[in-house]
Write a protein that binds this ligand. Structure first.
Ligand SMILES: Cc1cc2nc3c(=O)[nH]c(=O)nc-3n(C[C@H](O)[C@H](O)[C@H](O)COP(=O)(O)OP(=O)(O)OC[C@H]3O[C@@H](n4cnc5c(N)ncnc54)[C@H](O)[C@@H]3O)c2cc1C
Length: 337
């Protein structure tokens, strides 16, 4: 399908100056409204004209959505905080360095200056077929064009696919899941809090969305409880180009150790499924173990159980296994891994 990359069709623009005003607008315009934060994902959709909107609610003037605050020993990050501010924040680097590292590896410096954490965790998938306007399952059709014998599917899912094989491209999402973060969502005058692990949804739950957000919902902030503050963290992203690129696979982990043994761990991989995947079998196997060759090898094998690669993304299976092993070890694996 040909894409018409052109000026954005006209829309009505609202720039609310308070959270209440933003929430009211989103409630009033419902399906017709499109939230714009930094616009780094949104502008592509609108310029390509594969998606259109009547109304844009631009959040740049809402002070309540900005900044990083200490709350109950943990941190709360406003949804409009830029990825650069997160990557460079002294307190995030000190307590939750896994998130700072993930944010610092998103795209390019320009995109990190403009892109926000709220937009990064709410962005759409990058499946070429879907983004090009093909009427796939995710777009309301009845085919997954990325899962046909001749499809180009190097970047697609190896786990948890259900008709659609698109993946979550977010670098910060696995880090937030590993930190047991909570997403604060406003709808009208009501607020609800959703665990990060449940914020992201797969096609088995809803094939048309990447997150629990529905029209009218506004992500206002992300809370990180003190629980994992100062743990042993690991983040790594493998991409085609080191300059800037979406992840082929990324991994975030948090490990708490005592006397050389792992007490508790979070191991989360991204870009292998439509949502960041918490590897609970790996986490359970790590609890109580010494970090030795056997533990590392077992974690890697458990990680890839059930993986079902497509024609061109078989490389993601050993890649994911090796990243999990590196995360457990805390660095590159030498020897056979
Ligand atoms: C060339 C390029 C390379 C990229 N590389 C990477 C990469 O390597 N890793 C990576 O993770 N990302 C990458 N991205 C994606 C980009 O970094 C993210 O899309 C960006 O962080 C999104 O933030 P934004 O504020 O610009 O979002 P926007 O485009 O403004 O919003 C994205 C989506 O989230 C919704 N949204 C935004 N804020 C809220 C909110 N508060 N509440 C509810 N919904 C909201 C919007 O409606 C929209 O649907 C890349 C993008 C480009 C263009």
């Amino acid at each position: 399908m040909a894409i018409l990359h052109d000026v954005i069709p006209p829309f009505q623009l609202f720039q609310p100056s308070s959270l209440d005003e933003a929430a009211e607008l989103l409630e009033a315009y419902g399906d017709d409204a499109w939230i714009i934060a930094g616009g780094m994902d949104s502008f592509d959709w609108l310029k390509d004209r594969t998606k259109r909107t009547e109304v844009v609610v631009e959040l740049g003037q809402v002070p309540e959505l900005q900044g990083i605050r200490e709350v109950d020993g943990g941190l709360e990050i406003g949804a409009m905080t830029t990825l650069t501010d997160i990557a460079e924040s002294a307190i995030i680097n000190e307590r939750f360095s896994v998130l700072a590292k993930a944010a610092g590896l998103v795209a390019s410096p320009q995109i990190r200056h403009q892109g926000t954490i709220g937009g990064n965790v709410s962005q759409d998938t990058r499946c070429t077929y879907y983004r090009s306007g093909w009427t796939c399952y995710r777009a309301g059709g009845n085919t997954c064009y990325a899962d046909t014998p001749t499809a180009v599917n190097r970047e697609h899912a190896i786990l948890n696919a259900s008709r659609c094989v698109a993946v979550s491209p977010s670098d910060t999402a696995p880090a937030l899941v590993a930190l047991d973060a909570q997403m604060v969502i406003r709808r009208g005058s009501r607020e609800r809090v959703v665990d990060a692990v449940d914020y992201f949804v797969g096609p088995d739950l809803d094939i048309t969305r990447m997150t629990v957000l529905e029209h009218g919902d506004l992500l206002t902030s992300i809370r990180m409880p003190a629980t994992w503050s100062g743990a042993r963290f690991y983040f790594e992203k493998v991409r085609d180009r080191e300059v800037w690129d979406f992840p082929l696979v990324n991994i975030a982990s948090a490990v708490r150790e005592s006397g050389g043994r792992i007490e508790e761990a979070r191991v989360v991989v991204g870009a292998v499924a439509a949502r960041p995947l918490r590897l609970r079998a790996v986490e359970n196997a790590l609890a109580g173990q010494l970090v030795n060759t056997q533990t590392i090898a077992r974690a890697g094998e458990l990680a890839i159980e059930g993986a079902r690669p497509l024609r061109f993304n078989g490389y993601k299976v050993p890649l994911m296994r090796n990243l999990v092993q590196r995360a457990v070890r805390g660095g590159p694996v030498t020897g056979t891994a």
